[in-house]
Design a protein around this ligand. Structure first.
Ligand code: UD1
Length: 423
């Protein structure tokens, strides 16, 4: 397995193009199951998670073709007659659970394996299940699979989520689009990826309003038609690369970046002393010679500070002036990067869902590894600012969520290489 070797070599400067959002694309792809006509996604990211979703949809009978070097995904579910999502694929990626709602809407039944344990917490499916049950589905767990049946089809319902789950909101949006009657989902997630899915479903003929707020109303229609939809910009990739010049100094322009995707994150960076300017092509992020100030962070559902940027923000705080407290409120076990950053000389204490980081003058390179995607990239960011060589293994985590990471950082002057494990 490959490793990434990064050597801190001072300020970065240049431009980084931001790809389409992984998390949006993973929700948009299953929407193909809602129509017999073609659904085409443009601005798709080239990532292993997208290939896993391709494999899953193909196993369900959909035709999925990557065009234009993977930036366009053309799908047709005309022959998708298999309602069973097998454990062998689902276990690779939790987002596989996003086929549950569309399969139920299409076939009136679905068998979807439970995704199993995940490195960042338990991540159960109860919110998805109770919402679909409110819409008339009967769901039981047997042999590790959710067996769902909607006799007579799904029906619109008024339902309130116990927690504003992104995945549960997406499953309801898709299922309710073809249900009989009107669904009102309360305490819905408000992430930009939800709005992107609603935009795509509307382009397919769905009747949805209120997306982007906590109450979404969906009037079911008899059928959906084909559409072409551009995937929204990846705000987590954007935030990750905004942190690169923040951590090393210098200035980098993020092409395609928009501040309104990440307002609370931008405010935290500014509090820390980073300058963010909107340009004609995106966002320009600058840090002069000054030290970054320590800031406190609490992760929350959108529009709060995203949990998917907590690890990367922690890397920045490792060399900030002062002490910062990072509270993780979304996932119960999302500080696996802390001991790895400590190996690079960081001063971090973790108690439950809270990490206290005291800034040090300099991080030092070390061999490190991480057990999830965002933790891995936080180690790359730390490596950019560290003295000496940092070797990050288990690169497959990065391939799940960052296309051309090495090329993008190299383009801004970073000293970074991907090498084979025995290289
Ligand atoms: C999505 C994102 C992920 C991000 C997360 C939170 C995708 C593909 N992934 O994941 O990158 O970190 O949102 O912004 O879009 N929960 C339950 N029961 C459920 C469902 C969730 O208790 O049925 C809990 C989870 O354990 C977690 C919290 O709710 O603690 C948030 O999960 P959720 O919003 O559902 O995240 P995902 O959709 O899995």
């Amino acid at each position: 397995m490959d490793k990434i070797v990064v050597t801190g070599n001072g300020p970065l400067s240049g431009q980084i193009p931001i790809a389409g959002a992984k998390n949006a694309c993973l929700a948009l792809m299953p929407a193909t199951l809602l129509s017999d006509e073609p659904l085409t996604l443009t601005n798709a990211p080239r990532l292993s998670d997208i290939r896993t979703m391709t494999e899953l949809l193909s196993s369900l009978g959909a035709e999925v073709t990557a065009l234009n070097d993977g930036k366009v995904i053309a799908m047709s579910s005309h022959n998708a007659d298999n309602p069973m999502a097998h454990y062998d694929i689902v276990r690779k990626m939790r987002a596989s659970n996003l086929v549950l709602g569309p399969l139920l809407a299409r076939h009136g039944r679905a068998e979807v394996s439970l995704p199993g344990g995940c490195a960042i917490g338990a991540r159960p499916m109860d919110l998805h299940i109770s919402a679909l049950e409110a819409m008339g589905a009967e769901i039981e767990l047997r042999d590790g699979y959710l067996h769902a049946v909607a006799k007579g089809g799904l029906k619109g319902a008024v339902h309130e989520l116990r927690f504003a789950s992104v995945g549960a909101t997406e499953n309801v949006l898709m299922a309710a689009s073809l249900a009989k009657g009107t669904t009102v989902l309360k305490n819905a997630a408000r992430e930009p990826e939800i709005v992107d899915l609603a935009d795509c479903l509307r382009a397919m003929g769905a009747q949805i309003s209120g997306d982007g707020t906590s109450t979404i109303e969906i009037q079911g229609v008899d059928s959906l038609h084909g559409a072409t939809h551009p995937v929204v910009t990846d705000r987590i990739e954007l935030g990750t690369y905004m942190l690169a010049p923040a951590i090393t100094g210098g200035e980098v322009e993020l092409i395609g970046g928009r501040r309104n995707l990440l307002e609370s994150f931008c405010q935290k960076l500014e509090e820390a002393g980073i300058v963010i300017e909107e340009t004609a092509n995106g966002l320009l992020v600058k840090r002069g010679g000054d030290l970054v100030k320590a800031v406190d962070v609490v992760t929350e559902p959108y529009p709060g500070f995203p949990t998917d940027l907590q690890a990367q923000m922690m890397a920045l705080m490792c060399t900030a002036k002062g002490t910062s407290v990072l509270e993780e409120k979304i996932f119960e076990n999302r500080f696996m990067h802390a001991p790895e950053l400590t190996r690079m000389g960081a001063q971090i204490e973790v108690h439950g869902g809270t990490a206290t980081v005291t800034g040090v003058d300099r991080l030092r390179g070390a061999p490190v590894m991480a057990t999830d995607l965002r933790a891995s990239v936080s180690l790359i960011l730390a490596g950019l600012a560290a003295e000496g060589e940092t070797v990050v293994s288990r690169v497959y985590h990065l391939d799940r969520g960052y296309e051309h990471l090495v090329t993008k950082l190299k383009g801004c002057g970073a000293k970074i290489e991907r090498v084979p494990e025995n290289g």
